[in-house]
Every structure is written in structure tokens, then in C-alpha cells.
Design a protein around this ligand. Structure first.
Ligand code: AMP
Length: 288
């Protein structure tokens, strides 16, 4: 695996691959890698010839400075995992490399419309602008044929789909399924910050989503959401939201529709904020 810290060096190497007709796959991450990330690397390996992974903890997408400061950094372990997973290139830029204009410098503003006003958008002001800024910069640097992202960040995937439309970047977005621990907890770098007691309770978030999924056609939505929210609160969570939405556009729903739906939740256990979602396939559609 090659490691580049500068965009110019990365692009020199990629130019050779592209000239040789090789397909470039890209997996952007913030590091503290786990099996979920590695499943994206595997998907990229299966579909492309050269797999580029980036590790960059992007300051402009953290609305909570404490969350940024405490974001886990495990770069040595990450390098071993990426090498083991067959990654070809690791891009590991500094903040100055990605933000030569400074993190408070002038940035584009993306019109994500409705998508930015609900759920994560409503609870994390400017988060998706920060995501847009960094993914746009990374896509300009790598110019991949294929981009791999996780359904774990469902709303983020929709934002990136929109970003690709806005910027007319021709990379193909692949959305990969959420990998979970044995007890159902969605894998996340932030799970490392859970103490043993919190780790035990953490599984309740996927259980609450499972409860919604099971009862989606038998109980009114307000009752299901109230019950699921109470389950989380009783377990010690501070709930940001638990919502049922149309999986195609994230419009919040009050009753079942005959299309794929998605149930999404965000809740805090102490200082650690967890998010998760599950697709509820309409009969005849695939989902997870
Ligand atoms: P992050 O490092 O958290 O920014 O995540 C980098 C990429 O990995 C994003 O596209 C995430 O959606 C994806 N990802 C994170 N957790 C999981 C998971 N449990 N399963 C699949 N993909 C994931």
C-alpha cells in the first residue's frame, strides 16, 4: 500500500493508474477503522482495480468541538487493517493540505434543500455543509470512477448523491449495507468511546429500530415512535429523534406508504452520540 499526504503526489500516482485504464474506487473515512469500513474496502476491491482510502477527521463537519477533540485516532492500527484488506493507496492529508485557505476560510455553500433541514441536518447545524465541503475536495483530489459509502449514514448518502448532482462529478455512488456487532449495535468509530456499562445499553438503539420495523403496519406511527423513544429513554439515552421516513426522499411519514420506508434514530449515551437506521422494504422491494 502506498501512502500519500499531499494531493499533488496522490494525483501523480493516480494519473499513471488512469492512463493504464484502471478503474479507481474511493472509500473516504475518518479513521478509527472497523469491520464496517473494511466492508467498503472489500466492495471497492470487488468493483474496481485500484482502491484508494482516505483518512481525514474533518474539522468543518463537527458542530460540537468536544466531539471533534475526542474523535478516536488509531492511525497505526488503521494502516495495518487497510494493508490486510488489500487497499492500494492511503491518502492521509493534514488539515492544512485540505484547507490551504484555513478551516474558517471562504467555502462554497451547497443547496441541499429539504435534506439539510431534517433529522441530522436539524440537530447538527452546518454538519452537512462541512461534509459537502470535504467530500467535494476529496473527490476533486481522487477523481474516482466509483465512490463507496455506508448506509449507516443514510442521510449522508442522500446528501452525497445530491452533491454529485450539484457538482456534476461523474463518480458512481455505491451504498453498502450497515455492518453490526453480534448484539445488533451498528459498528461505529464512536463505539470505542463507550464504557462497558454504556456498551451494554448501546444495543438498545438497534432493538428500538427493530421494534418500529416489527410494528410498522400494526400500530399508529405516533404510538410506535413514542414507545421506541421511551424504550431508549428508560435505558438511559437522551433521544434526539426517532423518525419514520420515505426511503427515497426522507420525507417524514405519519402512516405507512407502499414504498420503501426507513426508520432512523439518533440518541446520546452520556457524551457519545449514536445514530442508526433500518430500511423497511415495501412488499416486492429489497431492503435491510
Ligand atoms: P466514518 O469514518 O464514520 O466517516 O465512515 C466512513 C464510511 O464508512 C462512511 O461511508 C460510513 O457510512 C461507513 N460506515 C461507518 N460505519 C459503518 C458500518 N457499520 N457499516 C458499513 N459502513 C459503515
Amino acid at each position: 500500500m502506498y501512502l500519500f499526504k499531499e494531493i499533488a503526489r496522490l494525483q501523480e500516482a493516480l494519473e499513471q493508474e488512469k492512463t493504464a485504464g484502471r478503474r479507481i474506487g474511493f472509500v473516504p473515512t475518518m479513521g478509527a477503522l472497523h469491520e464496517g469500513h473494511l466492508s467498503l474496502i472489500r466492495a471497492a476491491k470487488a468493483a474496481t482495480d485500484v482502491v484508494v482510502c482516505s483518512i481525514f477527521v474533518n474539522p468543518t463537519q463537527f458542530n460540537d468541538p468536544k466531539d471533534f477533540e475526542k474523535y478516536p485516532v488509531t492511525i497505526k492500527e488503521d494502516i495495518l487493517k487497510l494493508t490486510g484488506g488489500g487497499t492500494n493507496i492511503l491518502f492521509l492529508p493534514s488539515v492544512a493540505e485540505m484547507y490551504p485557505e484555513g478551516v474558517n476560510g471562504r467555502q462554497p455553500h451547497y443547496d441541499f434543500g429539504y435534506l439539510e433541514t431534517v433529522l441530522e441536518g436539524a440537530h447538527r447545524p452546518n454538519h452537512f455543509q462541512g461534509v459537502g465541503i470535504i467530500v467535494h475536495k476529496l473527490l476533486q483530489a481522487v477523481q474516482p470512477d466509483d465512490l463507496f459509502m455506508g448506509q449507516k449514514d443514510f442521510q449522508q448518502c442522500m446528501i452525497i448523491k445530491r452533491l454529485l448532482e450539484i457538482t456534476q462529478i461523474p463518480s458512481k455512488l455505491h451504498i453498502c449495507p450497515t455492518l453490526r456487532e453480534k448484539d445488533g449495535l451498528a459498528m461505529s468509530s464512536r463505539n470505542m468511546r463507550l464504557d462497558p456499562a454504556a456498551r451494554q445499553i448501546a444495543t438498545r438503539i438497534s432493538q428500538a429500530l427493530g421494534y418500529v420495523k416489527e410494528n410498522i403496519r400494526s400500530l399508529p406511527f405516533n404510538i410506535i415512535k413514542e414507545n421506541a423513544s421511551k424504550q431508549l429513554q428508560d435505558a438511559g439515552y437522551q433521544v434526539d429523534y426517532i423518525e419514520i421516513a420515505d426511503a427515497s426522499d426522507l420525507q417524514l411519514l405519519k402512516e405507512p406508504v407502499d414504498r420503501n420506508m426507513v426508520v432512523l434514530a439518533a440518541a446520546k449515551l452520556g457524551e457519545v452520540r449514536l445514530i442508526d437506521n433500518m430500511i423497511i422494504a415495501s412488499p416486492g422491494h429489497a431492503g435491510s
